[in-house]
Ligand binder design. Structure first.
Ligand code: ZN
Length: 338
């Protein structure tokens, strides 16, 4: 009998603790919204923490009204609770003319000593972060654009996966006549925010073609890509990178060449390709590779972490134009963007 009452007591104790525990974690989301503001923040039923968060949110809204008049403000949060701490990471997005500025602030409440720590570390540098094409870019870093010619190929999606792994993107200059065969790859490029650009339809030497045929090479490729992605590419690279005065005169798009050639087609040696990049790269460079070779893919895997160590963000050519404040002009040719 004594044993049973002990078990009953014990069970009741557990139920009480569980009830208290779940009730105590019944986190409520508060909302403030107006035309320009959409704000979500939690309250925990812990007066000290809730007051702290309330005044944090008030401060953000006040600051936004003072400094970013007209821009949109979004604030929401991510909660992580463990035995000792409640971590609330706030994400503040300020949107102005298609640019999102992101601030990240972590507020940690220690359940044992009831202290609050606000982590400003990320906030300090985050003023220079941009949110673009689903990636966060540090605008203080050097920029480099990797470009891949002559695809799509069996290799292309694998390169995309490597780029994604490192929060990076690239520009793929595709050959129009391959587009239909690699529909899924084109879709994969576009779904993963890679830039698809025009590299002629048949990869003929353009200097041997008349004006009408050159324009047809460009237009047919534009249409083939549009059919799959619903978007027209905005950049053109002539086959073999040959630019004539005729091409400059008639090109309906900016002409993108490169200033760092990996010669991957010649070497098929991933270490050599990677070394060529790492010992020559500088801010604003456009690097030529081919997504048609496995050695090039392996070189990407070597080179991206090292470029990041050297302080580079890996961007598309269009992003390079954007961050270097250069407006691309049709018919003009660019080997780098500084
Ligand atoms: Zn080519």
């Amino acid at each position: 009998m004594k044993r049973i009452s002990f078990i009953v007591f014990f069970l009741l104790l557990i139920i009480t603790i569980l009830y208290y525990f779940t009730n105590n974690n019944n986190i409520k989301t508060n909302t403030t919204s107006s035309e320009n503001i959409e704000v979500y923040y939690p309250s925990y039923n812990i007066t000290k923490l809730d007051n702290y968060i309330d005044s944090f949110v008030e401060e953000i809204i006040k600051l936004h009204k003072q400094e970013y008049n007209g821009a949109k403000l979004y604030l929401d949060y991510d909660i992580d609770v463990d035995n000792k701490n409640i971590h609330t990471t706030f994400y503040t997005y300020i949107e102005n003319e298609n640019i999102l500025k992101t601030n990240i602030t972590k507020i940690t409440y220690n359940k044992i000593n009831k202290e609050i720590i606000k982590d400003n570390e990320i906030l300090v540098t985050s003023n220079n972060y941009d949110f673009i094409n689903n990636r966060i870019i540090d605008k203080d870093k050097k920029l480099v654009a990797l470009t891949f010619d002559d695809g799509p190929s069996y290799n292309t999606m694998k390169i995309v996966d490597i780029l994604k792994k490192y929060n990076s993107t690239a520009t793929f200059f595709v050959v129009g006549q391959k587009v239909d065969k690699y529909k899924n790859t084109i879709k994969y490029l576009s779904d993963n925010n890679m830039e698809i650009a025009n590299h002629t339809y048949t990869h003929k030497l353009l200097s041997k073609l008349d004006e009408t045929s050159i324009l047809k090479e460009i237009k047919d490729t534009q249409e083939a890509i549009y059919k799959i992605t619903n978007t027209y590419p905005t950049l053109f690279r002539p086959s073999y990178g040959t630019v004539s005065s005729k091409l400059k005169r008639i090109s309906p798009m900016p002409i993108i060449i490169w200033n760092l050639d990996t010669l991957d087609w010649k070497h098929h040696n991933s270490k050599k390709i990677a070394n060529k990049i790492l010992s020559n790269v500088s801010d604003g460079d456009i690097i030529l590779m081919h997504d048609t070779y496995t050695a090039s893919r392996n070189a990407v895997e070597i080179v991206i972490p090292k470029l990041k160590e050297q302080g580079y963000e890996i961007v598309s050519v269009s992003e390079l134009f954007y961050y270097k404040n250069v407006v691309p002009i049709n018919g003009k040719y660019y080997g780098y963007i500084k």
